[in-house]
Design a protein around this ligand. Structure first.
Ligand code: UD1
Ligand code: CA
Length: 460
């Protein structure tokens, strides 16, 4: 397949999205739709990949910056799909082999299908091979007209006769073209059609008239070629991807109690015997180990959970690393660069940011721990707060192994609590606490006898 080149059309306006963002950058199940197209194409190891851009081209190029080895060509103005492919002449004319033409807004195509299409094209030495599908609702698509079983032309909806409109075999808009005759044929296209555009589809009748071979591959699952033109179609494509993802995970041993309300992005990994309750979102590059339990209302983004982690209801975990046996929540918030090592326990209303908590450490209630390095077996009392920000800089709090932080403590960073030290409740710790020491900072308690009685008398 070394002689394969890929071209992805993405110059169109995407008017029906009503968006200031390029259509093909809108997310399908957590990834830009064009990402799916690029990954599928990449699996064929093409020699070159070219994206035809036009509308919002700067934003689109920025959005694709993470993809190496992409070439861009600009189509301006956009005079139709044939005109779009012609813009790649500077890169592809004179090259050998063939070009696989894809659309940036058709994300559900499988690698397997593309492989089949390319293989058929090569086996038959065709000038063009068209991917088609048989659908119940062909409205809007180009129809495949056949003579004695062989494709003779593609007729667009707006140019079709009532009889042609009844044809249920449609053009997916995905093709393989041999490069040798391609550019001369593209330059021969005319605009004598209902839309006044250079139709790429006219190559089929041109080639057939010259007795060139045009092949077709008929798709088994027409869902694969769903194009996305509106927000409603975007939601539908996401639903299809999610459903497939959930099915794959369940087949691999994950319990998903209610697949209809479970939103797992395409790249997420989940180990067997993990139980996912309803209303859970697993996003980005999240990885969940085996035998974890994720309760309802949880959102986990770009995080790694080892085995046997329990996440109670309504936690948000973003950019965290949770070791095996960690329990967390309900209502906990893990922010980026946080690492909870083996068997850490985090309770309700605890916020963690850029912090490491060592093995077996506990923070059960109502705390903020930010920019902190906390050792093993530490007990963080209810209401403990690291005062990490002095108005200008973020400062670090260090709590060494086995320390005990009493409830309602403020740790004014930078500050260190030494190994095994105790901090009495209600303390404001501004200076380091040596290992093994007890730090107290609250004033001595004073009781005023009969205060209530006196107050009542004064009020009369
Ligand atoms: C096209 C096909 C039709 C097929 C359908 C499948 C033609 C003439 N018709 O129709 O047979 O059933 O796709 O979805 O090709 N684009 C450009 N530059 C342009 C025009 C389009 O880059 O000048 C891009 C669009 O961004 C889009 C793709 O080409 O990614 C298809 O364009 P679109 O206008 O959606 O094609 P259809 O009219 O739907
Ligand atoms: Ca069009």
């Amino acid at each position: 397949m070394n002689d394969l080149h890929v071209v992805i059309l993405a110059a169109g306006k995407g008017t029906r999205m009503k968006s200031a963002r390029p259509k093909v950058l809108h997310n399908v199940a957590g990834r830009p739709m064009i990402d799916y197209v690029l990954r599928a194409a990449d699996s064929l190891a093409p020699r070159t990949t070219t994206v035809v851009v036009g509308h919002l081209k700067e934003l689109l190029r920025e959005g694709l910056a993470a993809w190496p080895n992409l070439s861009f060509v600009t189509q301006e103005p956009q005079l139709g799909t044939g005109h779009a492919l012609l813009q790649t002449a500077g890169i592809l004319e004179g090259q050998s082999g063939s070009v696989l033409l894809l659309s940036g807004d058709v994300p559900l195509l499988r690698r397997h299908t593309l492989g089949q299409l390319v293989a058929r094209h090569e086996e038959t030495n065709a000038a063009a091979t068209v991917l088609t599908a048989i659908v119940d609702q062909p409205y809007g698509y180009g129809r495949i007209a056949r003579v004695k079983g062989r494709i003779s032309r593609i007729v667009e909806e707006r140019d079709a006769s009532p009889v042609q409109r009844k044809i249920k075999e449609i053009n997916s808009g995905v093709y393989v073209f041999s490069l040798a005759p391609l550019f001369e044929a593209l330059r021969g296209l005319a605009t004598g059609n209902a839309q006044g555009e250079y139709y790429l589809t006219d190559l089929v009748s041109n080639y057939r008239r010259r007795r060139r071979v045009v092949e077709t591959v008929v798709l088994e699952d027409p869902d694969e070629i769903r194009g996305i033109n509106s927000r409603s179609e975007l939601a539908e494509a996401s639903r299809i991807v999610r459903q497939k993802k959930n099915e794959e995970l369940m087949a691999a041993g994950v319990t998903i109690e209610d697949p209809a309300t479970t939103y797992i992005d395409d790249d997420v990994v989940v180990g067997p015997d993990t139980v996912i309750h309803p209303g859970v979102h697993l996003e980005g590059k999240t990885q969940i180990g085996q035998a974890c339990e994720i309760h309802s209302g949880v959102r986990i983004i770009n995080s790694v959970l080892d085995d046997r982690v329990t996440v109670q209801n309504f936690c948000v975990i973003n950019g965290g690393r949770l070791g095996s046996g960690v329990t967390i929540g309900p209502f906990a918030h893990v922010r980026p660069e946080t690492e909870l090592r083996e068997s850490v326990h985090i309770g309700n209303f605890v916020e963690l940011k850029k912090s490491i908590l060592g093995k077996g450490t506990k923070a059960g209630h109502l705390s903020y721990l930010g920019d902190s390095v906390i050792g093993e077996g530490v007990n963080i009392g209810a209401g403990t707060i690291t005062c990490n920000y002095d108005g200008k800089h973020k400062n670090q709090t260090t709590i060494e192994d086995g320390a005990f932080i009493g409830s309602d403590t403020q740790l004014v960073a930078p500050v260190t609590v030494g190994k095994g030290a105790y901090v009495g409740s209600g303390a404001t710790i501004r200076e380091n606490v040596p290992p093994g020491a007890l730090a107290v900072s609250a004033g001595k308690q004073r009781n005023i006898d009969d205060w209530v009685k006196k107050r009542v008398k004064n009020e009369k």
